[in-house]
Design a protein around this ligand. Structure first.
Ligand SMILES: [Zn+2]
Ligand SMILES: [Zn+2]
Length: 226
């Protein structure tokens, strides 16, 4: 995590049980002395013992992590997982969202996204690349379906619906190596938001928590991972 001391982390929230989001969470929470948070379904699927190993939360139940930070988990449709998007709020009312692994945006989530200063959101695939690529038909349907992932176009459309002057930065994440490319994701999203967006845009690399900018800016920018 860029610029963050692991031991300064108070809590680790796992959004759902899929291994790309959960694998090292229990170990990390123990190593860092941080509280592990998940909903009950995720805890069961991970084999974590509630209370002893993790603190469970309900949908839309505000989690107070510290004096400054609280988290709001918002259920989103994704495969067989009980997945959540997360809105983090700090003491002065600024909010940041982390949104990955969902087939479509819900009205609840859209309402909470508008007014966020920072949004990390998946732009998983370019629709044409996915459809003309080598994946079997059943997998193409799953990824592009209601329980799959957001395409660049869906993410652009969502951001276009909520962009306002409060939105300072957007990071596109969870890009598919096979079915997407950073310049495609960035250009599609920027095009959707048009000149209404004056903040910074970055792409989260699969290999790590640092963010690079492809088209929008000349200088890569480091942003703390949430
Ligand atoms: Zn997932
Ligand atoms: Zn994932």
């Amino acid at each position: 995590m860029a610029g963050v001391e692991p031991t300064s982390i108070d809590g680790v929230l796992v959004t759902h049980h899929h291994s790309d989001h959960s694998k090292t969470a229990l170990r990390a929470s123990k190593n860092w002395g941080a509280v592990l948070y998940s909903n009950l379904e995720t805890a069961i699927r991970m084999g974590w013992e509630p209370i002893v190993e993790c603190r469970t939360f309900g949908a839309l139940e505000r989690i107070v992590v510290s004096d400054e930070i609280s988290l709001l988990p918002i259920p989103v449709p994704h495969d067989d997982a009980d997945n959540v998007a997360v809105i983090a709020s700090n003491g002065d009312g600024r909010r940041a969202a982390v949104v990955t692994d969902l087939g479509e945006l819900t009205a609840d989530l859209m309402r909470h996204l508008s007014g966020c200063s920072h949004i990390s959101i998946e732009a998983n695939y370019d629709h044409d690349r996915l459809m003309s690529g080598p994946y079997p038909e059943v997998l193409k349907r799953r990824i592009s379906g209601r329980g799959g992932h957001l395409s660049n176009a869906q993410t652009g459309e969502a951001l276009s619906g909520i962009v306002n002057k409060n939105l300072e930065s957007v990071v596109l994440c969870h890009l598919s190596e096979q079915n997407n490319a950073p310049h495609l994701a960035e250009s599609e999203v920027l095009m959707s938001m048009e000149e209404r967006f004056s903040g910074s845009i970055g792409i989260s690399l699969q290999s790590g928590p640092e963010f690079s900018n492809w088209l929008g800016q000349s200088e890569p920018e480091r942003i703390s991972s949430l």
